[in-house]
Design a protein around this ligand. Structure first.
Ligand SMILES: C[S@@+](CC[C@H](N)C(=O)[O-])C[C@H]1O[C@@H](n2cnc3c(N)ncnc32)[C@H](O)[C@@H]1O
Ligand code: SF4
Length: 365
């Protein structure tokens, strides 16, 4: 099915986590109402000036979308023309979730939640600078179930300071005990300019270790697969049929619209664009009836094919057999499956290397 996604960025957080470089602010909550109104205006104008396809998925990402008063979020969602069976996801920080908030989401058409859990070990959460504790995760998941949200994701991060392999295994076990249909697990990345990068530079914190993260990736893949959630993209595991449709669209170079500051969009013709980074600027531009776009690039021709191969190689569908350098298979990084070539767990650990070899083979062949 050819889909169309709408991504809505919500740039507000209670506190900035040490490792995060997403477009989010802790001192602009007073803008929430104006921001939500600007998002609605942006959408309405696009429909007026159309044509815009009907959405098959909507994703509210952040920042912390669950910090927005529910009526504001639901008001933005109401302005999105979408199919009755559209997947509608909201990213939630566990300690912002209440049964009332979730009930309002449900009534407003949200179908899926994504909780930023990161770890179920208290000391790892505090080392990451998170505001919640493991008990808030359990309460949030219980509230989700009680309000009828059976479809939810847990985001996890591995490789934080002081996290042992046993801590990570404990996080996986405790997270799986909550029976999540979907889990995303990311290696902690040190983004330049973040407090984490500065603290590592100053020698106050140790940098994540590649071997430790590799071991934790394999532990995650083993635990999640054994629990009936096979991988479908390098960092994503789900019960079959409950993969995130919105993310699948990104990996298939699908078409999507970005609403809100720092949101990205992509047209079928290969035009990628992104909105201005700050909420203040976004609100001001929408207020002047100006385009909120901050920049764009065209990814066409061979670049587009290379990007398609790179994205596809990161998924369980892999790439067509003919594309691949034989050494990927002989070195155990990939295997043939149903006429496609798919990364092995070892290959997923070396995805960048595998991509370089794949692109080398496709450009020389
Ligand atoms: C931008 S956050 C938004 C969700 C929500 N605010 C939260 O953090 O719980 C989306 C996810 O990106 C991941 N993430 C953010 N920064 C990261 C980093 N530096 N390394 C690895 N994962 C990161 C986290 O797992 C997080 O849940
Ligand atoms: S809560 Fe999420 S978006 Fe906000 S600072 Fe932390 S990781 Fe970034």
């Amino acid at each position: 099915m050819v889909g169309f996604g709408v991504y809505v960025h919500v740039p507000f957080c209670e506190r900035r986590c040490d490792y995060c470089d997403f477009a989010t602010w802790t001192d602009r909550h007073h803008l929430m109402e104006a921001y939500a109104a600007a998002c609605v205006t942006d959408l309405t104008r696009r429909y007026d000036r159309g044509p815009v396809p009907v959405a098959t998925s909507v994703f509210f990402g952040g920042g912390t979308p669950s910090l927005l008063p529910a009526e504001l979020l639901v008001g933005i969602l109401a302005a999105v023309r979408r199919r009755p069976d559209a997947e509608v996801t909201v990213e939630c920080n566990p300690d912002t979730v209440t049964p009332e908030l979730l009930a309002a989401y449900r009534a407003g058409g949200v179908t899926r939640l994504s909780f930023g859990v990161q770890s179920m070990a208290r000391h790892v959460l505090s080392a990451l600078g998170r505001t919640h504790d493991p008990a808030s995760v359990e309460l949030a998941v219980a509230a989700a179930r009680e309000t009828g949200f059976d479809n939810f994701n847990l985001d996890l991060i591995y490789g934080g300071a002081g996290e042992t392999l046993a801590d990570w295994q404990g996080t996986l076990d405790t997270a799986l005990a909550l029976d999540p249909p979907h889990v995303s697990a990311y290696a902690l990345t040190v983004e330049p300019g973040t407090p984490l990068a500065r603290r590592i530079g100053a020698g106050e914190v140790t940098a994540p270790d590649d071997d430790d993260q590799a071991e934790k990736y394999l532990a995650a893949d083993a635990a999640l697969s054994a629990a009936g959630r096979p991988w479908y993209e390098i960092s994503n595991w789900a019960r079959p049929g409950l993969e995130c449709r919105h993310n699948l669209l990104y990996w298939a170079q699908g078409e999507y619209l970005g609403i809100g500051c720092a949101a990205h969009g992509h047209t079928p013709a290969g035009r990628r664009w992104w909105n201005v980074r700050t909420p203040d600027r976004y609100i001001a531009l929408i207020g002047q009836d100006a385009a909120p776009e901050g920049g764009h690039e065209l990814v066409v021709g061979p670049d587009r094919d290379q990007e398609a191969a790179m994205l596809a190689l990161r998924t369980r569908d892999g790439v067509p057999g003919g594309l691949v350098a034989d050494s990927l298979v002989t070195d155990g990084l990939a295997e043939h499956r149903h006429g496609r070539v798919v990364l092995t767990p070892a290959g997923r650990l070396l995805a960048n290397e595998a991509t370089t070899r794949l692109l080398g083979a496709s450009t020389s062949g």
